[in-house]
Design a protein around this ligand. Sequence first.
Ligand SMILES: Cc1cc2nc3c(=O)[nH]c(=O)nc-3n(C[C@H](O)[C@H](O)[C@H](O)COP(=O)(O)OP(=O)(O)OC[C@H]3O[C@@H](n4cnc5c(N)ncnc54)[C@H](O)[C@@H]3O)c2cc1C
Length: 483
Amino acid sequence: EPGPRVSHDLTTGLMDNRGGKCVLSLDLEKEVVKFRKKLKDSLPGSDWNPFGTTKGLPPERADVVIVGGGVMGWSVAYWLKALEPQRDALRVVVIEKDPTYSQASTVLSAGGIRQQFSLPENIQMSLYSAFFLRTINEHLGVVNEPPIDIQFNHSGYLFLALEDRAAELEENVRIQRTEGAEVSLLSPAQLKKKYPWINTDGVAVASYGLENEGWFDPWSLLNAFRRKAMSMGVCQCFGEVVSFTISSREIMTPEGELTFSRINYVRVQMPNSVEYQPVECSLVVNAAGPWSQKLAEMAGIGIGPPNTQEGIKLPVEPRKRYIFVWHCPDGPGLDCPMLVDTTGAYFRREGVGGNYLGSLSPAEEEEPDIQDLEVDHNFFQEKIWPYLAHRVPVFESLKVKSAWAGYYDYNTFDQNAVLGPHPLVENMLFITGFSGHGLQQSPAAGKVLAELILNGKFSTTHMEKFSFNRFVSGEQVLERNIV
Ligand SMILES: Cc1cc2nc3c(=O)[nH]c(=O)nc-3n(C[C@H](O)[C@H](O)[C@H](O)COP(=O)(O)OP(=O)(O)OC[C@H]3O[C@@H](n4cnc5c(N)ncnc54)[C@H](O)[C@@H]3O)c2cc1C
């Protein structure tokens, strides 16, 4: 028998003299702890926990169940509480399968924020997020708790373009300025003057962000959202969502008969336990990052026959991306931007000790295996380093110090966010698919989704473009600046 049932059995017969209710006496609780310890010690493997703690069981009912406790999940949770029409109007629970976040995209990211996108919606989201991060303590500060320091390093992104992409880069800058971003264009001569360590061979033009760009600590942002949301009454639960209970009905529409469904219960498997808890809910937010397609499939999304609406998958999958950290004492130094080379290789300063951090997304046909998060060091040696050494000759002598890999929540359709409801599974809403720019957009994306939940429509900016419907209509929302 799993944890709570054992405790319950042991307490049978102990009556509370006020309410007549069955209670767990303190002494008995001590006994249970001792019993568990004894059992644990007698088994091989010191970290084996025979009974999962059930303290963190989710509630039996919630208005909004958010699946995924990464930065997106907690951002939505925070915004729902911040914008709810009256206090405690909404019962919100965030369910996370991995309390260590060992594979979560958020904590393995490079922490960059930039305004330099080509889509107005992306620029708007990052502009808002930059404002939010600059004033983070006004939003996420908690009384009697230490102030938040996300270790924001203000530094522009520097995009370089060859002749064949120069017009595109200039057009991007025009759009960025129209949206309110401060970005300058640099000729090769200006570039050389500003950064003498860059080899400008072949570079036709560069763009440099003058404000609202840089990098910060992803963990600090995640924890700040979580701490604030929990202080506002959001319930955190560690467990894995393994299935949904769904009700469906067939409706004749102009496109033929379609099956519409609603999720009634979310089934949560508790860690180290055979126990599960069904949570009755009104809405489910799919914030499962790289695993959001799997979660969508549990709701029947994409498992219908091919060439039907029911057969259209959420096109978000895990794609492995590496980050390498190297040492180069004679490198660019303190005034080093986040440089995005003409080849797609990028790097930035990491701290102040002559360390740099960077990577390159592999070509489509060279996508690495996603079974594990092993790092392929040859990828640095053969693909990244030659580009780096060409663009910054002093990087000829760099020494790689460490590396890690994480999963992008990669949208294979158009590498952009998926925000809002599913057309057929009416109460599943997505906040996923950010493909490498999700961390920075989390403050804005969470707000946009919370507004949609509370008001029934997008109100901050017009984000309908990012809805699931585009996978049905086949209209891509393409972003030219995917790093
Ligand atoms: C190497 C790398 C570099 C990056 N660099 C940047 C950058 O510089 N700037 C930027 O803005 N973005 C960057 N990103 C992207 C960014 O990290 C992601 O877009 C963002 O963190 C996505 O957040 P998330 O909350 O959706 O996903 P995650 O952080 O992955 O959270 C999803 C959570 O859902 C949980 N989960 C999944 N399924 C279930 C289930 N069934 N039940 C319960 N829980 C479940 C998972 O355990 C996970 O913790 C980078 C990503 C990587 C990998």
